[in-house]
Design a protein around this ligand. Structure first.
Ligand code: TYD
Length: 218
């Protein structure tokens, strides 16, 4: 059974660790899984990532940024994500289109409906089945990073990150059937346990729905 799960959250929220631990858990149980990340995941998308992160590109406009993230997404969707889902894998993606709404929309002030249209174009309408939002206050996330202002996107201030977080919470409230909000200020193990349980619930729900549909046809 294929399933498309994304991980979202402010910088430093710990979602990358959580995605990796969930992938390891699934693999250890013999479940076919693809773990990938945005921006990146394919050679073309990784090259776009370099352009986005380079401190040589401080003059980058918000529109350029949104289109580059979306361009990288178009590539990973067709090259990696859709084929993996077609092969029946569980796909775990560290960031996806909701990052564009949160960062370029709520963070930089670009029009959300326009960003949604660009996203539909880039992804062909592929939306996640489940999104884990690992929530931490902006200050905590930024302090956790402790790696200094090493790339262009690290240069944004705490107010920007606070708008991003508020945006995420609004997105999660608007679509509660897809989003699972997880308190990321707790220990890695506790957060992982919650994520695992919610994912297993979701798989169970889908299995039951499929079984019911099958029974209805009998
Ligand atoms: P990365 O180093 O991968 O950070 P993280 O571990 O927090 O995911 O850099 C990704 C950065 O790009 C991060 O600051 C969020 C930002 N981003 C956007 O602004 N828009 C997007 O659409 C995506 C996918 C990421």
């Amino acid at each position: 059974m294929s399933l498309f799960i994304t991980f979202e959250g402010p910088d430093g929220c710990g979602k990358t660790t959580q995605a990796r631990l969930l992938a390891e858990y699934l693999e250890s149980r013999g479940v076919p899984v693809l773990l990938t990340r945005e921006p990146g995941g394919t050679p073309i998308s990784e090259q776009i990532r370099q352009v986005l992160l380079s401190t040589r590109n401080l003059a980058m406009r918000a529109e350029t940024e949104a289109l580059l993230f979306s361009a990288a997404r178009a590539q990973i969707v067709t090259e990696l994500i859709r084929p993996a889902l077609a092969a029946g894998k569980i796909v775990l993606c560290d960031r996806y289109a909701d990052s564009t709404l949160a960062y370029q929309g709520y963070g930089l002030g670009l029009d959300l409906d326009l960003l949604r249209a660009i996203t539909r174009f880039a992804t062909g309408g592929l939306a996640p089945d489940l999104t884990f939002y690992v929530d931490v206050p902006a200050e905590i996330g930024l302090a956790r990073r402790q790696r200094g202002k090493t790339n262009r996107l690290d240069q944004k201030d705490v107010e920007y990150h606070a708008r991003v977080r508020a945006g995420y919470l609004e997105l999660a409230r608007a679509e509660p059937q897809r989003w699972v909000v997880v308190d990321g200020t707790r220990s890695v193990q506790v957060v992982q346990r919650e994520i695992r349980a919610r994912m297993l619930d979701e798989i169970e729900k889908r299995r039951n729905a499929t079984a019911h549909r099958g029974a209805a046809h009998d």
